[in-house]
Design a protein around this ligand. Structure first.
Ligand code: GDP
Ligand code: IMO
Ligand code: MG
Length: 421
C-alpha cells in the first residue's frame, strides 16, 4: 500500500515537514520525481536542515528511504546532503537506497540549464539552474546516464561521449562555462555514490508492498509546476502530480491509497510565470516577512498572494486528493482581513477553471473576504481551540474543494500540527 504526500500549489508548501511528521507511520519513504531543485526544510531537535534529494524520512531510524527512478540525481549535491545529515549523527548509509534507473545530472546539464535560460531573454522560467530540464531532456531524448551505469566499465567512455554532445550544444548557444572546474568534484561524488545500495527500485518497492510494508511517496515541487498541467512553460520538467508516482517508482495505480495534498493557508511562487492572486503590494510584503518566504534552495524572495481555490480545486482533481494539510496558518495570525480567490475573470467572463494559457489573458481573481483571527495560534494543539474566524476560513475552503482539511500546521516545528480527523 502506498500513500502520497505532494504539493498542490507552486512548491514550498511545507512537504518536508509533513513527510517528516508522518514518516514514523511508514516503512519506506520514496522520492519519485524532481531533483536538487527541491528544498525540503525539516527541524530536527530544533535544528534546521534542508534536504534536496534525500527523502524526508532519513531522520527516523527504522525508515527505509528510496530515491526512485523518476528522480534526476546530482551526485555533488547528494554528497553534500549526506555530510549534513551525518552531522546530525545519522548513518545515512544504513537506510538510503538509490534506484539504478534514476538519471544522473552532469556538470554540463547545469551549464545547459544556464545557457537555456539566457537564450530565453525576457521569457526566463526562473529555473533553479540545477540542471533539471537538460537532464530530463537527455532521459526522454535517450541519451542520459543512469545511476546503474556507474557500475559498468564503459561509464567513463559514455560520459565523455555525452559531454562532447553537450559541448556542441553549448557552442551552438555561444555559451562559455569552464565545466572542467566542476568535474573534479563530480568524479569524487560519483565515487562516493558507488558506496550506496543501488537497487532495482521497481522490484525493491513492489517486494516491500507484497510483504505488507507501507510506503509513503514524497512529491517535490507542486501541481501548478507539473510539466503537463502546470502553468506551462513556467513549470518544472517532471510530472509532479500523483500519476508521477507510478512512473517514478514503478508501481501500479491500484497500489495507491491516500493522496495527501499540502497547501499553504495562502500562496507563494518562486521564479517567473503566472500567479493570479499575487500581491505586489505591502500586504504581499507582510506575508513574505511573516512567513519568511525566501527559497530554501536558491534564497530568492518568494512572490506571495492569497489562497487560490480555482488552482487548488484543479490540483485536487488532478491528484485525486483524499485529505488536505494546510500549512503556515500561523503566518496569517496578524491579518485583520483575508481574501480567498473563488473564480477568475478572464476577458470579462467568470470561470472557476484553470485556463489553457494563463499569460495570454489578464486574469483578475474574484475574491471573497474573511475576518482574520488576530491571535497567536502557534501553541494550540487541538482543533477545538482554534479561533472561530480561523475555523470559518478552513470550513469555507474544505466545502469549496470538497476535500477535508484534516491537518493544520501552525509552525515549522515537528510537533506543530493539529489534527482535524
Ligand atoms: P517544501 O519544499 O514543500 O518542503 O517547503 P520548504 O521547506 O521549501 O518551505 C516551507 C517553509 O515553511 C520552511 O521554512 C518550513 O520550515 C516552514 N514551515 C513549514 N510549515 C510551517 C508552518 O506551519 N508555519 C510556519 N511558520 N512555517 C512553516
Ligand atoms: P520544492 O520541492 C518551488 C520552480 C523554479 C522555476 C521552475 C523551474 O522545494 O517545493 P527548475 O529548476 O525545475 O528548472 O525550475 O520551478 N521550482 C520550484 N519552486 N519549490 C520547488 O521545489 C521548486 N523546484 C522548482 O523556481 O520557477
Ligand atoms: Mg521547498
Amino acid at each position: 500500500m502506498v500513500d502520497v504526500i505532494l504539493g498542490l500549489q507552486w512548491g514550498d508548501e511545507g512537504k518536508g515537514k509533513i513527510v517528516d511528521y508522518f514518516a514514523p507511520r511508514y516503512d519506506v519513504i520514496a522520492r519519485f520525481q524532481g531533483g536538487p531543485n527541491a528544498g525540503h526544510t525539516l527541524y530536527v531537535n530544533d535544528q534546521k536542515i534542508v534536504l534536496h534529494q534525500i527523502p524526508s524520512g532519513i531522520f527516523h531510524e527504522n525508515t527505509v528511504n528510496l530515491i526512485g527512478n523518476g528522480v534526476v540525481l546530482d551526485p555533488v549535491t547528494l554528497k553534500r546532503e549526506c555530510e549534513s545529515v551525518k552531522s546530525f549523527g545519522i548513518d545515512y548509509r544504513k537506510n538510503l537506497y538509490i534506484a539504478q534507473r534514476a538519471h544522473i545530472i552532469l556538470p554540463t546539464h547545469r551549464a545547459l540549464d544556464k545557457a537555456s535560460e539566457l537564450s530565453k531573454g525576457n521569457e526566463k522560467i526562473g529555473s533553479t539552474l540545477k540542471g533539471i530540464g537538460p537532464a530530463y531532456m537527455d532521459k526522454t531524448g535517450r541519451n542520459g546516464l543512469r545511476v546503474g551505469d556507474l557500475l559498468d566499465k564503459s561509464f567513463t567512455t559514455q560520459y565523455i561521449r555525452l559531454r562532447l554532445k553537450h559541448q556542441k550544444l553549448l557552442d551552438g548557444l555561444h555559451f562559455q562555462e569552464d565545466v572542467s572546474a566542476w568535474e573534479e568534484e563530480f568524479f569524487e561524488a560519483l565515487e562516493f555514490m558507488r558506496q550506496f545500495k543501488i537497487v532495482p527500485g521497481e522490484y525493491f518497492i513492489n517486494d516491500k508492498i507484497s510483504q505488507g510494508q507501507t510506503v509513503l511517496a514524497e512529491g517535490a515541487q507542486g501541481s501548478m509546476l507539473d510539466v503537463d498541467f502546470g502553468t506551462f512553460p513556467f513549470v518544472t520538467s517532471s510530472n509532479t502530480i500523483s500519476a508521477g508516482v507510478c512512473t517514478g517508482l514503478g508501481i501500479a495505480p491500484q497500489k495507491i491509497r491516500d493522496v495527501i495534498g499540502v497547501t499553504k493557508a495562502y500562496c507563494t511562487r518562486v521564479g517567473s510565470g503566472p500567479f493570479p492572486t499575487e500581491l505586489s503590494d505591502e500586504t504581499g510584503d507582510r506575508i513574505r516577512k511573516a512567513g519568511a518566504e525566501f527559497g530554501a534552495t536558491t534564497g530568492r524572495p518568494r512572490r506571495c498572494g492569497w489562497i487560490d481555490l480555482v488552482a487548488l480545486r484543479y490540483a485536487c482533481m488532478l491528484n485525486g486528493v483524499t485529505n488536505l494539510v494546510m500549512t503556515k496558518a500561523d503566518v496569517l495570525d496578524d491579518f485583520e482581513k483575508l481574501e480567498v480567490c473563488c473564480k477568475y475573470q478572464i476577458d470579462g467572463k467568470e470561470t472557476a477553471e484553470v485556463p489553457f494559457q494563463m499569460l495570454q489573458h489578464s486574469i483578475k481573481p474574484i475574491l471573497s473576504s474573511f475576518a482574520g483571527w488576530k491571535s497567536d495560534i502557534t501553541a494550540i494543539r487541538s482543533y477545538g481551540e482554534l479561533p472561530g474566524p480561523m475555523r470559518a476560513y478552513i470550513s469555507f475552503i474544505d466545502k469549496y474543494l470538497k476535500v477535508k482539511v484534516s491537518y493544520i500546521s501552525n509552525g515549522p516545528g515537528r510537533n506543530q500540527l493539529i489534527e482535524n480527523i
